[in-house]
Design a protein around this ligand. Structure first.
Ligand code: PHE
Length: 365
């Protein structure tokens, strides 16, 4: 075995020579000072303080030296590396501060700059009107019921005491679906929801049903093949026409304000008996100046919808005992109600989808 290598001259280990280490430190410090941004500094750190940097490689040589030389070289390289790391740390702090300052300036948002206005949409006035109407009844404890727009002929007509040959069927110009054997229609009114409700719920029933209905009407200022109705149905013990009148008066006042009540005119619907047309006191002249009123044209009243006491034949067809229960029903046009309430003169405005029409109604949630 040989003894320690006393002949070994540490001066021969070039990377550890004092002048060499100094030169590395100088080069490193110059590179650090020259690093213009954080990205460049990262590169400098890799080159001058990374695992493969000259000083790191020199450090690895130390282990091979004899003890005395090792101590000396260790101190030299350690000090050198310390200086480089310190310089790196200081430069990093400076560059980071600069970076932050620049971001603050570059990313400043001028909240006073004018913006491009994005038009916010509006809910359709008919939707809002339907909900407003439903709310009047929900506030009295009624429920909202719904039915499909493609409806069985039986529910749209037969269950409502309008058999195949009933003349009243011609009152409602109907869209029939093909094939004819399917016996499906686009519902002509919301009254089939009466039948659906009675067939699926036990009395007492207090429901309101706003919905879309269809008839083969030509489009003009007061007609559209698609329009909206709201149906009301109450089935309970001891219900009379007086309850109907009270409910509709409340509805009218809620829609049009204090003092706007209703009157009934005798009429005919197959599903109600007795039946009535509902008129509103003219909300423009209030019946006072009727002669010069252009809205009611001298009538003092405005036609609003239909109503009546549910025909016992309808109760029977829908599984409700007519000996125990009575009820009332009514149906109004929602579009018509909206035209009255908001002075809309042409029904086509409601359906054309022009945002300029919907916008003034504002956004209600
Ligand atoms: N469904 C009837 C119509 O559309 C209105 C109505 C409803 C009448 C309920 C009486 C009772 O003409």
């Amino acid at each position: 075995m040989s003894g320690p290598n006393t002949d070994y001259d540490p001066v021969e280990v070039t990377p550890l020579r004092a002048d060499e280490v100094e030169a590395q430190v100088e080069a490193a410090l110059a590179a650090v000072a020259g690093a213009a941004d954080l990205e460049a500094l990262k590169q400098v750190r890799l080159e001058h303080a990374g695992d493969r940097s000259p000083l790191a490689l020199a450090n690895r040589e130390i282990g091979a030296l004899p003890p005395q030389a090792r101590k000396e070289a260790g101190a030299r390289v350690g000090k050198a590396r310390g200086m480089v790391n310190k310089a790196l740390g200081e430069r990093l702090a400076v560059l980071e501060a600069e970076h932050e300052e620049r971001m603050l300036v570059e990313e400043t948002v001028d909240v006073t700059l004018p913006t491009d206005r994005t038009l916010s949409g509006a809910r359709h006035p008919i939707t809002m009107m339907s909900e407003r109407i439903a709310d009047v009844f929900v506030a009295m404890g009624w429920e909202v019921a719904e039915g499909p727009q493609v409806e069985a002929e039986w529910l749209n007509f037969d269950a409502l005491n309008m058999g195949a040959d009933h003349p009243a069927r011609t009152m409602q110009d109907t869209f029939w679906l093909e094939p004819a054997e399917a016996a499906l229609v686009l519902r002509t009114h919301t009254s089939p929801v009466q039948a659906r409700t009675m067939l699926t719920r036990e009395p007492p029933i207090y429901v309101v049903c706003p919905g879309r209905v269809y008839r083969t009407d030509e489009i003009d200022a007061t007609h559209s093949p698609v329009f909206h109705q709201v149906e009301g149905l109450v089935i309970d013990e001891g219900i009379t026409m007086a309850h109907l009148k009270g409910s509709l008066d409340h509805f009218a006042t809620a829609m049009f304000g204090e003092g706007i009540t209703t009157r009934f005119r005798p009429s005919y619907f197959p599903f109600t008996e007795p039946s009535a047309e509902v008129d509103l006191i003219c909300f423009v002249c209030r019946g006072i100046d009727a002669d010069s009123c252009r809205t009611c044209r001298g009538e003092g009243w405005i036609e609003w919808g239909g109503c009546g006491v549910v025909n016992p034949r309808v109760l029977t067809a829908c599984g409700v005992d007519p000996e125990k229960y009575t009820g009332f029903a009514f149906g109004m046009g929602i579009d018509r109600t909206m035209m009255f309430r908001h002075g809309v003169e042409d029904m086509r405005d409601i359906f054309e989808g022009d945002i300029r029409f919907a916008q003034p109604f504002g956004i209600e949630i």
